[in-house]
Design a protein around this ligand. Structure first.
Ligand code: NAP
Length: 318
């Protein structure tokens, strides 16, 4: 089968052996697979995949049809449309996923788009709802809001009934992000739109002093991404005065059990929103698997609204 392979710093699509589903796993004919910042870090040698996955084979999220069942797998049947996060090797014609982290694909979501859902919506839902405990009526700031996680976070927070301010540095993208249910502003305007009960920090260190200064009493800052840098200098007096909480999160290094819990929550709380098209997967661009190098180049360039996807055109569209 064909798969994306990192080879001496380059990204190619090569013939590799087909994977075999282990106990409790599904073999999936991949229709679409999203690109993520973690793939770029893995390519640069800075973010090794979890044990059991190859360092030269990227891909954290997939959607497609079940074409094989490992021993004891019984949540899904052959032919079912599934999507979910994987430890790696998802950017391929075939991939394996544990049935416990797999989710059914709602009829309203085409399979060639569904591969852009799992990583960003699981991350955004877990960070905002489960960890930061965002509730209806609260004020939330989403930084880096035009990207994959940002567009998911804005839509989820708006659907929850929160008042959303979205930080979008590219002026050309503000109207589109605003249309997702937010007041979209440039970085220099954010402080004037506070205070915030919750900040979903997708850019990182440089924003933290402002985030803390813009918090309301009992506010929470959840650090999700560090694309703008990891280092910062903070006035912890603000943390005390605001009785605030500052914490970080990752999905990839969690055990299967925890990932499965996140997936079940998203199944219950977000898939109905997808089905009713209250939230959607924004796709900046899709590329055939054989054009993986071009897809990675597009991802690296930035100024995206939502996701960059790899699609297997040989898969029948739903
Ligand atoms: N912790 C986790 O579990 C987890 C899971 C998924 C993703 N992440 C991380 O979260 C971050 C966002 O992920 P994503 O998939 O949404 O990435 P993405 O699609 O590349 O979006 C990143 C967004 O942040 C903006 N941005 C980047 N650097 C910025 C800066 N210095 N100032 C202002 N805006 C900046 C980008 O704007 P431009 O387009 O203008 O560059 C873009 O809109 C990444 O760092 C990713 O690695 C973490």
């Amino acid at each position: 089968m064909r798969a994306v392979v990192f080879s001496a710093g380059t990204t190619v699509c090569s013939e590799v052996p087909e994977p075999e589903p282990g106990a409790g796993e599904l073999l999936v004919a991949v229709s679409s697979a999203g690109l993520n910042g973690a793939d770029l870090l893995q390519r640069a040698g800075h973010y090794p995949p979890p044990p059991g996955h190859r360092e030269d084979r990227p891909g954290l999220e997939i959607a497609g049809r079940v074409v094989g069942l490992g021993a004891g797998a019984r949540r899904f049947a052959l032919g079912d449309a599934v999507m979910g996060i994987v430890g790696g090797e998802g950017q391929a014609e075939l991939a394996v996923i544990h049935e416990r982290v797999a989710m059914p694909v709602p009829a309203a979501l085409p399979l060639e788009v569904a591969g852009g859902f799992p990583e960003v919506f699981l991350t955004a839902h877990d960070a905002l709802v489960t960890q930061a405990q965002l509730t209806s009526g609260e004020r939330v700031l989403v930084t880096g809001a035009a990207g994959g996680v940002g567009t998911a976070a804005v839509q989820l927070a708006a659907a929850l009934g929160a008042e959303v301010v979205a930080e979008v540095r590219n002026p050309l993208q503000r109207a589109a992000v605003g249309a997702l249910g937010a007041t979209a502003v440039g970085p220099e305007e954010v402080a004037a739109h506070g205070p915030f009960d919750v900040v979903a920090e997708l850019v990182g260190g440089p924003n933290l002093p402002r985030d803390l200064a813009s918090l309301s009493l009992g506010g929470r800052v959840v650090v999700i991404g560090l694309g703008g840098g990891a280092a910062t200098s903070l006035d912890l007096g603000l943390l005390l005065q605001r009785r605030a909480r500052l914490f970080g999160t990752t999905l990839r290094n969690r055990p299967l059990e925890e990932k499965a819990i996140v997936a079940r929550r998203v199944e219950r709380q977000v898939l109905p929103l997808l089905e009713r098209q209250v939230v959607r997967v924004l796709v900046e661009a899709s590329y055939p698997l054989d054009d993986a190098a071009a897809a990675y180049e597009r991802f690296t360039k930035g100024a995206k609204l939502g996701k960059v996807l790899l699609v297997n055109t040989a898969e029948p569209a739903r």
